[in-house]
Design a protein around this ligand. Structure first.
Ligand code: SF4
Length: 52
């Protein structure tokens, strides 16, 4: 992942965290075939998050 994409994802993660929201709602991997985490769709911390 390039620097700017990573920066964008980190800023969005911070905004979602401040809003006390779930990351999965705006994650491009929010589908059972694309995401390996059982906590989906209610995850608030995730290193694999990528904005849609
Ligand atoms: S990768 Fe993380 S943020 Fe994205 S859907 Fe899966 S658990 Fe949610």
């Amino acid at each position: 992942m390039n620097f700017w994409k990573q920066l964008k994802n980190n800023v969005l993660k911070l905004m979602i965290k401040l809003d006390n929201g779930f990351l999965c709602d705006t994650c491009r991997f929010n589908h059972q075939s694309d995401c390996p985490h059982p906590e989906r769709p209610n995850r608030k911390e995730c290193k694999d998050y990528e904005h849609k």
